[in-house]
Design a protein around this ligand. Structure first.
Ligand code: RB5
Length: 149
């Protein structure tokens, strides 16, 4: 898969390990920054990654900040993005199967690198089930339209 990755200054430190892991799994990864640990703002990098994924330039996006919260909230403001913040693999898997998430976020202050890798693996391996879930995804899309997004 083609995967866009981004973080803020807090998630920056864990990002190389996740990028390397994704490459080991055979994925093509593009890092949308930041490229130093200088204090910055998560919406900048979340927006870049989310817009690339929403435009269809990448299959998936992965975002890291301290908690995964700010960076996932931002991602969910971009039309067509369904981002999940996870600190365990069960929700990551179900978020694919039921919610067809296209962005995974997690907190580098919340999970260690090995748990983060496990979350990433479950998320990437799980397939969207469609069926009864599609009606609900369509309802989310309708809400986006109603709100001019
Ligand atoms: C940065 O201090 C921190 O707020 C950020 O990394 C993230 O946790 C926000 O949700």
């Amino acid at each position: 898969m083609k995967i866009a990755i981004g973080s803020d200054h807090v998630g920056f430190e864990m990002k190389p390990a996740i990028k390397e892991y994704l490459e080991e799994l055979g994925h093509e990864v593009e890092d949308y920054g930041p490229y130093t640990d200088e204090r910055t703002d998560y919406p900048i990098f979340s927006k870049k990654v989310s817009e690339e994924v929403a435009a269809g330039n990448y299959d998936r996006g992965i975002l890291l900040c301290g908690t995964g919260i700010g960076i996932s909230i931002t991602a969910n403001k971009v039309r067509g993005i369904r981002a999940v913040v996870c600190s365990e693999p069960y929700s990551a898997k179900l978020s694919r199967e039921h919610n067809n998430t296209n962005i995974l976020a997690f907190g580098s202050r919340v999970v260690g690198t090995e748990l983060a890798k496990m979350i990433v693996k479950e998320w990437l391996d799980a397939e969207y089930e469609g069926g009864r879930h599609q009606r609900r995804i369509d309802m989310i899309s309708e809400i986006e339209k109603e709100n001019g997004r």
